[in-house]
Each structure stands twice: as structure tokens, then as C-alpha cells.
Design a protein around this ligand. Structure first.
Ligand SMILES: CC(C)(COP(=O)(O)OP(=O)(O)OC[C@H]1O[C@@H](n2cnc3c(N)ncnc32)[C@H](O)[C@@H]1OP(=O)(O)O)[C@@H](O)C(=O)NCCC(=O)NCCS
Length: 238
């Protein structure tokens, strides 16, 4: 597998295009990752969109149980995506899905991705995720790809659906914030009954919780001026 990917992205601030390099990063880049993370979090219009991860989490993510991909423009870090094997730790999203203890080692978690505000809109999050997943599959094959996403975070929800993930649960995380638990079974795509499909507003957590308890899952989103809606459909037995 190639250890470097290159491309061109547009900077929103000056409207110019820049070459970038995407590569796996580690603890040597901890200071740059933390600085970019703080800059992104400080610029958020709504604190609900992404939790400010403490230093010990970032350190774990950049260590041996993580696959973190960074994007550099002229050697400056402008984006990163973390994939992490949480194993038996309590931040394994497999616990929210009721996976058996022996299956927790088969979960690859996508806990965090950040793109500098000057470079959003280039689809970098998706490119970084696919790159991190490809590296991780090579390194430590897994059954489940999971991620927690705020129902208010349109770019992150859109990215998860685009890579074949589905809403499998909805939980309160980080003390007070609603988070979808997205999941994709890497061995076999979930089948759903399209005739059962119905639309729910992404911020209607009560209704979505009800549907999830009745065996529905979230399969795609629809966005209009009125807001973002999620299409839920009944899961069929495998
Ligand atoms: C979420 C994030 C990584 C996505 O960045 P990205 O890959 O550049 O996003 P995309 O290029 O896929 O953009 C998708 C759409 O969302 C819009 N968008 C992306 N980021 C946006 C932002 N921060 N604010 C408003 N709109 C944004 C894009 O313009 C695009 O709109 P379009 O579909 O109408 O063209 C980035 O916005 C970010 O770092 N956000 C703050 C931190 C965060 O929420 N991280 C994820 C949870 S940990």
C-alpha cells in the first residue's frame, strides 16, 4: 500500500488551489494535531458539533492502536482523521451496539476528524477516512467500522452515509450531547425493506430512538432549506 497520497485542494480564504500530501502520522505530530484540533474547535459555530478531545485521548489515537492520517499543505497540517481500535476500553462504540465481548476487538472506531476552516468543502474528510480505512484493513482487518456523529453535523453525517455506514443507535455522549452511532459491517451490507422507509428530522431524537428500538436503521439523508431529514427503514434479517 502506498504511504503517500497527493492531490490539489482549494483554499476558501484566498480562492487559490494548493497541492497537498496525505500520509499516516503518529506521536511525532502530536503537537501539530493538538494545535489544529484546538483551532478547529475554537472556530465552531456550535460546541455540539465536535467534542474537544483531551490530550490523553489524542495521545492514544496517535499511538499504536490508531491509524491517523494527516493532510499537509507546504508542510503545515491542515486536516487529520483518526481511526482507532478501542478494544476493551469504554469508548468502544461496539458497546452501544450490544456487541459480544469477543467482537469488541473487531471494531474500528472513527472518533475524530478535523479540517482547517480554510480548506473545508474539498471532501477531505471522506478522502482521509477512505485512506485510513485502507491502511487499517491492511494492518489489522476488522468486521465493524463505527463512528459517533452529532445529528447537527451535516458534513459528517453525509460523509458517513456516502461510505456505506448506517445509523444503528442514538445515545447521549460526552456528558450531554446526542450522538448517532454509525456502523458498517465490512463483511456484508445490511439489508433493509425500502417499502418501510420514512423521514424523520435529524434533531427529533425521541422519534429516532423509538424507530431504532423497533428495528429500523438510518440509511441516508435528505437536506432542504427546511433542514436535514434522515430516511429510516426496517432492517431485514441477514
Ligand atoms: C466535518 C469536517 C471534517 C468536514 O470537512 P470537509 O471534508 O471539508 O467537508 P466536505 O468537503 O465534505 O463538505 C460537505 C459540505 O459541508 C460544507 N461544510 C463543510 N465543513 C463545513 C463547516 N465547518 N461549516 C459549514 N459548512 C461546511 C461544505 O461546504 C459542503 O457543502 P456542500 O455539500 O453544499 O458543497 C469539517 O467541517 C470540520 O473539521 N468541522 C469541524 C469539526 C467536526 O465537526 N469534526 C467532525 C466530528 S469530530
Amino acid at each position: 500500500m502506498e504511504n503517500l497520497k497527493t492531490g490539489v485542494i482549494k483554499n476558501r480564504r484566498d480562492g487559490l488551489s494548493y497541492s497537498y500530501e496525505m500520509k499516516q502520522i503518529g506521536l511525532e505530530q502530536l503537537t501539530q494535531v493538538q494545535a489544529l484540533h484546538n483551532e478547529v474547535i475554537d472556530s465552531l459555530p456550535d460546541a455540539d458539533l465536535c467534542w474537544r478531545f483531551p490530550l490523553d485521548h489524542l495521545t492514544r489515537y496517535l499511538g499504536e492502536d490508531g491509524v491517523t492520517v494527516g493532510v499537509f499543505v507546504a508542510e503545515r497540517l491542515v486536516g487529520f482523521r483518526v481511526l482507532y481500535f478501542a478494544g476493551e476500553r469504554d469508548d468502544n462504540p461496539g458497546l452501544d451496539l450490544g456487541l459480544a465481548p469477543e467482537e469488541l476487538a473487531q471494531v474500528a472506531h472513527l472518533p475524530l476528524s478535523n479540517v482547517h476552516p480554510d480548506y473545508t468543502g474539498n471532501g477531505l474528510q471522506k478522502t482521509m477516512t477512505l485512506y485510513a480505512v485502507a491502511i487499517a484493513e491492511h494492518m489489522r482487518p476488522f468486521y465493524y467500522l463505527c463512528s459517533n456523529v452529532s445529528p447537527k453535523n451535516y458534513p459528517s453525517m453525509a460523509e458517513k452515509f456516502a461510505i456505506g455506514m448506517r445509523v444503528a443507535a442514538l445515545k447521549v455522549k460526552y456528558g450531554a450531547f446526542w450522538r448517532y452511532v454509525f456502523c458498517r459491517d465490512m463483511r456484508q451490507a445490511w439489508k433493509v425493506n425500502e417499502e418501510s422507509a420514512l423521514l424523520v428530522e435529524s434533531e427529533d431524537c425521541a422519534r429516532q430512538t423509538e424507530l431504532l428500538a423497533q428495528g429500523y436503521c438510518g440509511v441516508r439523508l435528505e437536506r432542504s432549506v427546511a433542514g436535514t431529514k434522515i430516511v429510516f427503514a426496517r432492517r431485514l434479517p441477514e
